[in-house]
Write a protein that binds this ligand. Structure first.
Ligand code: NAP
Length: 479
């Protein structure tokens, strides 16, 4: 029997109760796993380590490459980063897999609808990279960076997952109609790569409509691939459809490391009470068993969970209410007792190994000729649009540059469009080189030198044309 070594992080709050439940059930199947217990999260923060993840834990993960993890608290304050996010990013676990399916006896308005879909969420890019700047004391900015390589990896995982689970459809949910470059990159990549998977239906869907359709006809979805923030929101919506966070498992997959954990957090108010539902972590550990190639053990546990829920002899508080609830340990014992039984509720899927895409680790360089035709210079000023515009026009006179327009919060305010708008003290001033010649760095520096004699500029963006493609958007109202 193959021996596996797994890094085991019990986690904070209810973490110890739920992860130990999963570990006990797995051990009861006889699978040969050596658990290497490691720390992360609140105890580590309390020791003064701002990452929340000590060196020993990182080394254990590097060695074992497979992790079963409980939820980790994120300290609310400044300085400390989320240990969960640190772990996901440190090991480039770029695919967050969140299955959503109906379970027997679990009250929900969707009972009997046979909900069974998987959200494949990009896990390391997007707004969750947490790259933020205060532009002025009253204006905050978060960067949403989406890469072509990141899109390719997540889209391939979605199609490969569909194949490995015998699924027929993949939806790509984006907001490409508004964020044409970033969300549009995922849409374009999806459309390109879907051609390589002719046996799987591929559909693009706008993400807000996807939320709407998930509430209306959740049973019509099979696999949904989406960006980080959209995926986070849609998957919580999904867990609401099937009876709550107690039934929402997850996996963070990369090419080197896989981290298995529930969607839920540390639910501190239930910590140490032995009342919490451990199913989500147990289901996450089934995903881990399949990842390790232990399909039989995973199927055995899955059936035992279904039988336990179907028979309803020991159900946890979130399912049956406080009065009749079984403890976490009693529920767990019941699952162990039911190992080997088969449920009549659900036809088992034929899982096959998931092939993770092999994509070079080398930095991706997408080649295209480029020409800088202008800059957006963000200026902090208490002035009004009219005065600022006139004064900037005066400042650039004599340079081969023109002030095309000024926008505030993404809307053109100079030259005025005649509408009255709320404005803040951060103005985006679009300077274009005359006759579309290259705006060299030297020219930009001369412009900055002149502007900074009168104004405080906060940052600038180069306006670039890549090949035939204009690499910047227009402000609302800009022609
Ligand atoms: P949470 O821990 O997920 O708990 C929110 C609520 O969800 C609970 O109060 C409970 O609802 C329900 N719930 C969660 N787990 C459950 C389970 N196993 N069985 C039944 N019900 C369950 O979210 P939070 O309170 O926002 O976050 C607490 C801490 O966890 C925070 O520090 C957060 O940063 C962290 N967190 C960590 C992770 C992670 O490690 N991946 C994920 C999310 C949050 P009722 O109150 O209705 O019973």
């Amino acid at each position: 029997m193959t021996k596996h070594v797994v890094t085991f992080i019990p986690g904070d709050g209810i973490g110890t109760e739920v992860t130990n439940a999963a570990r006990k059930i797995i051990d009861a199947t006889g699978v040969n796993i050596e658990w290497e217990e490691c720390l992360a999260g609140s105890v580590v923060f309390k020791q003064g380590l701002a990452t929340g993840v000590p060196e020993e834990t990182i080394n254990s993960i590097k060695r074992n490459r497979v992790v079963l993890k409980g939820p980790l608290e994120t300290p609310v304050g400044f300085g400390e980063k989320s240990a969960n996010v640190t772990l996901r990013k440190l090991f480039e676990t770029y695919a967050n897999i969140r299955p959503i399916r109906e379970f027997p006896n679990i009250p929900s308005p969707y009972q009997g609808r046979e909900i069974d879909f998987v959200i494949v969420r990009e896990n390391v890019e997007d707004l969750y990279a947490g790259i933020e700047y205060m532009q002025t004391p009253g204006v905050a900015q978060t960067l949403k960076l989406i890469t072509r390589k990141g899109c390719e990896k997540i889209v391939r995982v979605a199609f490969e997952l569909a194949l490995s689970e015998g699924r027929k459809k993949v939806h790509c949910a984006t907001k490409a109609n508004i964020m044409k470059f970033s969300e549009g990159m995922l849409k374009q990549t999806f459309e390109d790569i879907s051609k390589e998977y002719p046996t799987i239906e591929a559909h693009h869907i706008i993400v807000d409509n996807c939320a709407h359709q998930l509430v209306k006809t959740p049973e019509s979805f099979d696999v949904i691939v989406t960006t980080n923030m959209n995926g986070d929101i849609l998957s919580d919506l999904g867990s609401g459809l099937i009876g709550g966070l107690g039934f929402a498992p997850g996996a963070n997959l990369g090419n080197d490391v896989a981290i298995f954990e529930a969607v839920h957090g540390s639910a501190p108010k239930y910590a140490g009470q032995n009342t919490i539902n451990p199913t989500a972590v147990i289901l996450s550990s089934l995903m881990m068993l399949r990842y390790l190639g232990e399909f039989e053990a995973a199927n055995t546990i899955e059936q035992a969970i279904l039988v336990t829920l179907q028979e309803g002899q020991a159900l946890t508080r979130d399912v049956i209410g406080k009065q009749d609830a079984a403890s976490t340990t009693a529920y767990c014992e019941e699952i162990i007792k039911n190992l080997g039984k088969k449920s009549t509720f659900w036809k088992a899927r034929n899982y096959t190994p998931l092939k993770m895409p092999v994509i070079s680790r080398a930095p991706e360089i997408v080649k295209a000729s480029s020409k800088v035709v202008g800059i957006d210079l963000f200026i902090q000023s208490n002035s009004n649009a009219e005065d600022l515009g006139k004064s900037l026009e005066e400042i650039v006179s004599g340079l081969p540059i023109m002030l095309k327009m000024i926008s505030n919060r993404g809307v053109k305010v100079y030259p005025s469009t005649g509408t009255s708008l709320d404005v803040v003290d951060l103005w985006s001033c679009r300077f274009m080189s005359e006759k579309q010649v290259d705006m060299t760095d030297q020219l930009i520096c001369r412009l900055l030198e002149k502007v900074s004699l009168s104004y405080t500029w906060m940052h600038l963006e180069k306006l670039t044309i890549f090949g035939e493609r204009i690499g910047f958007t227009k402000a609302q109202g800009e022609d």
